[in-house]
Design a protein around this ligand. Structure first.
Ligand SMILES: [Cu+2]
Length: 486
């Protein structure tokens, strides 16, 4: 570890007036700048990886790595089925990978070292060419390992929305906003805050009879948060009028923690999960997004006032995870009210149980089971993780027959809820929280603490396929597996 005084990244300069005024001059444009040419679907893109500064608030300036001088990076808007070229220019001293999350594309352009995608060399460039599919809210981000370096991988500012335009019709809306949730200046802690208590405390079928009481390792934590590039209170509010319907595209771009969101007095009408329209749109008080997940939801603006759309947990919201929603002609400090007690439940959005709608596919005959376990301090100061008792890469464990449909069952024997991501494929949630469902198509699912979940997918994307926890530290210390086509 480098001594703190030599850290170039995540430079906290609160109170250093002279330095901050110099850095303010370099601040990147707001992510929600007026819609311009960048918002038109294109076929050629350039992403330049280089140091950036992010002014979260006037006294909170972060120095990190970003794309095209900003963090989040530019919103990439592509058309489904129309081939694109993404030129990635790496102006840093280390190899980089750009992963296109949620797209069904070949291994060599997926942007994962494990799958054999070539790196973008230091001070070099690489061209990714692929045909974007399916339509929906996707995103792109670095896919390097961080290990014990909190200035690499998903701790940096290298992330952005990627929109694949298709025929999906989100319905009528008056405004549209893309909001990415982030944390900054992470550090190691043995007091990691647990924000998972808003989730179903019900079925814990994988809870061991005797719990592991060994001292756990250091985990990554953060106290500074933002939505896009602004901490709560520092950016422009979202200005609305009574009766407007506002469509939000949320992304949890954190590499650390599952997050919740609420807007006092309003409900979120969830229409898509991970960019895929859900069979049963439903209104909820609180959203939950694991790292990597997206939610598209519209809100009917029918409670005039000035409100905070933000994290229900006070330290997280007060640390910056929020944005003001300001109704016309309302002038006051943004208000927060505790959200009604609520459990996030993916099955709410599935085909209704007992409905005449059949599951979208019959239950697959092919089964793969994965048991997730945590080894306290299995990696020195840090915990390590195993899948089926073994560490990565599971050479012969997970062999896929092309064209077959699989049921993948996750047994989470750890005391954490993990956002599990399958590259280059989408899966349908079949069972979670002890309930069965169908029709919810995702690429990332949060498997509850000591919980079990089953997902079905068709092996129709030949090539190495990475499967991993989207919490950076967990992935780096073993929480991943490589699926191979036989
Ligand atoms: Cu995890």
């Amino acid at each position: 570890m480098r001594p703190p005084m030599q850290r170039r990244d995540f430079l906290k300069i609160a109170g250093m007036a002279a330095a901050s005024s110099r850095l303010v001059a370099q601040q990147p444009q707001s992510f929600l700048a007026p819609v311009g040419p960048a918002d038109v679907a294109k076929t050629d893109f350039t992403l330049e990886i280089a140091p950036v500064t992010v002014e979260l608030a006037p006294n909170r300036i972060i120095s990190t790595i970003g794309y095209n001088g900003t963090s989040p990076g530019p919103r990439l808007r592509m058309k489904e089925g129309v081939p694109v070229t993404v030129n990635v220019v790496n102006k840093t001293d280390v190899p980089e990978f750009v992963h296109f999350h949620g797209l069904l594309i070949p291994s060599d352009v997926d942007g994962s070292e494990e799958e054999g995608s070539p790196a973008v060399p230091p001070h070099g460039s690489r061209r990714y060419q692929f045909t974007p599919t399916p339509a929906g809210t996707r995103w792109y981000h670095t896919h390097t390992m961080s290990m014990d370096d909190l200035h690499r991988g998903s701790y940096t500012g290298m992330f952005g929305f990627l929109i694949v335009e298709g025929a999906n019709n989100p319905g009528r809306y008056d405004q549209e906003h893309y909001l990415a949730l982030r944390d900054w200046e992470p550090y190691f802690s043995n007091q990691a805050m647990d924000n998972d208590d808003l989730d179903p405390a019900g079925a814990q079928p994988e809870k061991p009879a005797v719990l592991d009481t060994r001292q756990p390792g250091l985990e990554v934590q953060a106290d500074i948060f933002s939505i896009n590039d602004k901490a709560l209170g520092a950016g422009e509010p979202i200005r609305v009028k009574p009766g407007e319907r506002v469509l939000f595209h949320f992304l949890n771009a954190s590499g650390i923690e599952n997050r919740h969101l609420a807007l006092p007095g309003h409900k979120f009408n969830v229409i898509a999960l991970d960019g895929n329209p859900v069979p049963t749109p439903a209104a909820v008080d609180v959203l939950m997004l694991g790292p990597g997940e997206r939610i598209d939801a519209w809100v009917e603006m029918n409670q005039p006032g000035v409100w905070i759309l933000g994290a229900p947990e006070d330290p997280v919201r007060e640390g910056g995870l929020g944005i003001a929603i300001e109704y016309a002609n309302q002038h006051r400090t943004p208000q927060w009210m505790p959200a009604p007690k609520s459990s996030w439940d993916y099955t709410l959005f599935g085909n209704p149980p007992g409905s005449s709608k059949p599951p979208s596919q019959p239950a697959p005959a092919e089964r793969l089971d994965m048991v997730f376990e945590k080894v306290p301090r299995g990696a020195g100061k840090f915990n390590s993780f195993t899948v089926n008792g073994k560490s990565y890469p599971h050479d012969q464990e997970f062999l896929l027959k092309q064209g077959a449909r699989y049921r993948l069952t996750f047994h989470n024997r750890t005391d954490d809820a993990h956002p599990m991501h399958l590259h280059r494929h989408q899966f349908e949630i079949a069972e979670i929280y002890g309930k069965t469902t169908s029709g919810v198509i995702k690429d990332t699912v949060v498997v509850p603490t000591y919980g079990r979940a089953s997902v079905d997918f068709t092996a129709d994307q030949p090539g190495l396929t990475l499967f991993h926890c989207h919490i950076q530290q967990h992935m780096d210390y073993g929480f991943k597996a490589l699926l191979r086509y036989s």
